[in-house]
Ligand binder design. Structure first.
Ligand code: SAH
Length: 352
């Protein structure tokens, strides 16, 4: 899945939606945005995404043979068709968006009418023709993993319909953080507000800082090691546990100026004979999720082996649960030993 209430400029920089939406409007907007073929085209053309799902399904026929499969948010029906190809006895695909009309034509066109049943509606509201399923497949990830909050929907489906010994694909999700140098972007998008035709516009600078940037980051911009912050066992995690507050610590690998922290995720398919991983790391081939960058209020100068540590908190916005409120603290220990001074800052961000 992909970003919805935001759009990209030609340079791929994220722009927040200018429209304030009520909860109901935003729900409608959410499913509307998935009714157009463009968003599905973008997801299907993300070959890292789609081929990893295909491999994890098709290369594990022993998991699928004779099984009842549920595809949560089937979109065009692509994952349902992979599951049918892998030998599933029957696949149920659910989607609340109008794309399901196209999905119905697609499964018929490809000869899967007997194997795949599509159901229009919200996972939270529909009844399935069967009581339980053996496998749930879903591509639910949003920017910074949890944006759009569709994981909650997958967990609801799991608790309603998955057999006690049933499995989820993917079954694990992890989030990582590292620090980056990004002077060019900082100058053009943030420091810009310091001198606008000779005027200061610090309120807009603050606003620009609060908006995380979704963009592809060059691997050479990463100036620290990578710290794993979160690992969700998707077969066990509960909805309240999706509001996270976790510590992190990264160590500088060179002299550099740090402008922000970069967050990325991966998901794991570990039930088969080999583990398939779909990663959005800046060291790997870019995906449509890119990476998410959180700019610090004040850049930090770091030396090799110095640490930046802090707390990373992310929770759905109370007014619109598809948006995320994020808070990050940054403590930079300058030098080494017990007396080394620490430079601290923190910032609240809005992923809208
Ligand atoms: N599985 C497809 C589409 C993934 S996009 C693929 O891999 O290409 C996620 C889809 O989930 C969208 O089509 C969206 O409409 C659907 N979706 C999200 N939340 C849902 C919910 N609560 N109930 C039903 N469908 C949902």
């Amino acid at each position: 899945m992909s970003l919805l209430s935001s759009s990209s400029t030609p340079s791929g920089k994220k722009l927040a939606s200018p429209i304030v939406k009520s909860e109901q409007q935003s729900v409608d907007y959410y499913f509307d945005s998935y009714s157009h073929s463009g968003i599905h085209e973008e997801m299907l053309k993300d070959t890292v995404r789609t081929k990893t799902y295909r491999d994890a399904i098709i290369k594990n026929p022993q998991l699928f043979r004779g099984k009842i499969v549920l595809d949560v948010g089937c979109g065009t029906g692509i994952l349902s068709m992979f599951a049918a190809q892998a030998g599933a006895a029957h696949v149920y695909g659910i989607d609340a968006s109008n794309i399901i009309d196209s999905a119905q034509q697609i499964i018929e066109e490809n000869g899967f009418k007997q194997k795949i049943t599509l159901i229009r509606g919200k996972v939270e509201e529909i009844t399935l023709p069967v009581e339980k399923v053996d496998i749930i497949i879903s591509e639910w990830m949003g920017y910074c993993l949890l944006y759009e909050n569709m994981l909650e929907t997958v967990l609801i489906a799991r608790d309603k319909w998955l057999k006690p010994d049933g499995i989820l694909l993917p079954d694990k999700a992890r989030m990582f953080i590292c620090a980056i140098e990004d002077g060019d972007y900082r100058r053009s998008k943030i420091n810009f507000w310091d001198h606008v035709y000779g005027f200061r516009m610090s309120c807009l600078k603050k606003e620009a800082l609060r908006e995380p940037l979704v963009d592809v980051c060059e691997p050479q911009q990463v100036s620290t090691n990578v710290c794993q912050m979160i690992s969700f066992d998707l077969e066990k995690v509960s909805v309240p546990e999706l509001s996270v507050s976790v510590p992190y610590s990264v160590k500088a690998s060179r002299f550099d100026k740090i402008h922000g922290m970069l967050v990325f995720f991966d998901v794991l398919f570990s039930h088969g004979s080999s583990v398939f991983t779909m990663s959005t790391s800046p060291m790997k081939r870019p995906t449509h999720w890119k990476q998410t960058v959180f700019y610090m209020p004040v850049p930090m100068s770091i030396e090799p082996n110095e640490t930046i540590s802090g707390q990373f908190s992310m929770t759905p916005n109370p007014r619109n649960k598809r948006d995320m409120d994020i808070e990050i603290s940054f403590n930079h220990k300058r030098g080494f030993g017990p007396g080394a001074p620490t430079e601290s800052q923190s910032m609240k961000y809005k992923l809208r």
